[in-house]
Design a protein around this ligand. Structure first.
Ligand SMILES: Nc1ncnc2c1ncn2[C@@H]1O[C@H](COP(=O)(O)OP(=O)(O)O)[C@@H](O)[C@H]1O
Ligand SMILES: [Mg+2]
Length: 234
């Protein structure tokens, strides 16, 4: 579905992504793990068209995305939930959810019902101002809003960052549930352990390059990965 080849992204003189290649198959969950500053967020921003790539190729169902603007990329079915929870604090939960559908003209009712089914807590808080939600609820709202654009590929940048362990478990089970509904997922995580457990395929990024790749299971069993990212070795 998504095929990234030799992608390079620079910020002025800083080479943030140095020629990476990876693929996201249809209906899969793929994760990129790696330390801070490795270039993970930059990779997602490049796919979304939020930063310009210096060279390489990003193909989505055979269409080259590199020269497209962000709205055109979203309307092809790729949505990014950025790092941090960028909800509109002075709008209600429901208003925030509806904003995610701004590129659509059709009826939203079915999708609103679907996201409320995924996130019953948001349904209970439909009329509450988003700024008064807990951190975990705001993260769920950011994901719910992203789903309203009908993504075929949902990209999430560290959705579990800063959340309590129980909420992190909820977030991961919702990611699986979303995937079961046919949405392909590209996930960036510092919680490598949880991410590798749900990933069909995984890549390790280090200072702008991909150093290890394999199935989630393979990376969980890889000694170097365990030592560097899972806090334990055999
Ligand atoms: N807006 C920016 N301007 C300049 N440098 C940036 C910017 N965003 C990120 N960088 C740099 O690019 C590199 C990769 O950052 P990032 O993609 O955010 O990494 P990660 O998400 O893996 O932590 C880092 O060296 C970071 O300092
Ligand atoms: Mg990041």
């Amino acid at each position: 579905m998504l095929k990234v080849e030799n992608l390079r992204v620079n910020y002025g003189g800083i080479r943030a992504v140095k020629g990476i290649s990876f693929e996201v198959p249809d209906h899969s969950i793929v994760t990129l793990i790696g330390a801070n500053g490795a270039g993970k967020s930059t990779t997602l921003r490049a796919i979304s068209g939020l930063v310009k790539s210096a060279s390489g190729s990003i193909q989505f169902d055979g269409t080259e995305l590199l020269s497209l603007e962000t709205p055109a990329i979203i309307s092809r079915g790729i949505t990014l939930v950025p790092e941090g929870r960028h909800v509109f604090p002075d709008m209600t939960v429901l208003e925030n959810i509806k904003i995610g559908a701004y590129l659509r003209r059709d009826s939203l009712e079915k999708d609103i019902n679907w996201v409320y089914q995924l996130f019953p807590r948001l349904k209970e808080r439909s009329w509450q101002l988003a700024g008064t939600l807990s951190g975990g609820e705001q993260q769920m709202l950011a994901v719910a809003r992203a789903l309203m654009s009908h993504p075929r590929l949902l990209m999430m940048d560290e959705p579990s960052l800063g959340l309590a362990p129980l909420i992190v478990r909820d977030i991961f089970s919702i990611i699986r549930e979303i995937n079961r509904h046919g949405v392909t997922v590209l996930l960036i995580e510092q919680n490598a352990n949880m991410a590798l457990h749900i990933a069909d395929r995984a890549y390790v990024m280090e200072t702008g390059t991909i150093t290890v790749s394999g199935s989630g299971k393979e990376l969980l069993a890889n000694d170097a990965v365990r030592a560097a990212y899972l806090g334990k070795s055999r």
